[in-house]
Every structure is written in structure tokens, then in C-alpha cells.
Design a protein around this ligand. Structure first.
Ligand SMILES: [Cu+2]
Length: 151
């Protein structure tokens, strides 16, 4: 019985010791993180990451375009934005059912007749990108294309 008590006391002491060690261990990384933060290099990196994260990588303006979708055209068929803009297309499908794709921005949407489909993305790289219908929709399917110019 007495031996049992000693074992329990020893176990509790060991547990307290482990907890204490873990808490101390918890303080050490925090301390070093703070230290890293005061280091100019790390501080700058941290700030940059935070900035990117907050506005999802877009550092330009938010721009919205209404595009009319008919057989077989996107109107307007040429759209200009600036690099970093948050771009939104409202695709108003008046006739037929089509698709809308820009491969470079990973966009591929189905456009249902009579509906407005919104597509939003960050124009994160400069260049000229083709947008096109990626749903077989009839005779003029291959002509259903346009150009997104990111300056
Ligand atoms: Cu099509």
C-alpha cells in the first residue's frame, strides 16, 4: 500500500515534469519565432507572405465585364485588363448552350442558355490569352473565341 502511494507520487511528479518540459518546449519555439521576426530578412518575408495571402494575390483593380454569348460569338471578343487585376466576367448566354474556357487561368465553365454565368479570376500573368467555347454547340463552334489581353 505504501509502496503503491510512492509509485503514484512518482508518476504524478513525472507527469508534472513532462508537462513542465512541454510547456517550456512550447515557449522555446515561440521565443525563436519572435527572434526570427526581428531578423530583418525573415520579417520582410513574413510581411510579403501576409500581404499576398490577404488579397489572394491580386494587387490590381477589380474589373467587371458583361459578355454576351450567342450563336456563335462572345461579344465583346477582345478584353483588356492589367496584370494583377481581379477580373470578373458575367457571361450572358442569350442563345444556345456553350462553354467558356481560358486554359492558362484554369477556367472551364458550362454556359446554359438563358442564364448569366459569372467567372472570376486574377489576371496573374501578362500576355494574350484565348478564350473559347469548349462545348460542341453547332456549325460555328470553332469560331466562338476571343482574346484576353493582360498588360
Ligand atoms: Cu461551342
Amino acid at each position: 500500500m505504501k509502496k503503491g502511494n510512492i509509485l503514484i507520487v512518482a508518476a504524478v511528479l513525472l507527469l508534472v515534469g513532462i508537462l513542465g518540459f512541454m510547456m517550456l518546449g512550447g515557449f522555446v519555439p515561440t521565443g525563436s519565432a519572435v527572434h526570427d521576426h526581428t531578423d530583418g530578412h525573415h520579417d520582410k518575408e513574413g510581411f510579403h507572405f501576409g500581404e499576398d495571402h490577404v488579397d489572394d494575390g491580386h494587387h490590381g483593380e477589380a474589373k467587371e465585364f458583361d459578355i454576351t454569348v450567342t450563336n456563335w460569338a462572345f461579344t465583346p471578343s477582345e478584353i483588356k485588363v492589367k496584370e494583377g487585376d481581379l477580373v470578373k466576367f458575367n457571361l450572358n448566354t442569350l442563345e444556345g448552350s456553350h462553354g467558356f474556357a481560358i486554359l492558362e487561368f484554369g477556367i472551364s465553365r458550362y454556359l446554359k442558355e438563358g442564364e448569366i454565368t459569372s467567372v472570376e479570376f486574377v489576371a496573374e500573368s501578362k500576355g494574350e490569352f484565348d478564350f473559347f467555347c469548349n462545348t460542341i454547340c453547332g456549325a460555328g463552334h470553332s469560331e466562338m473565341e476571343g482574346k484576353l489581353i493582360v498588360e
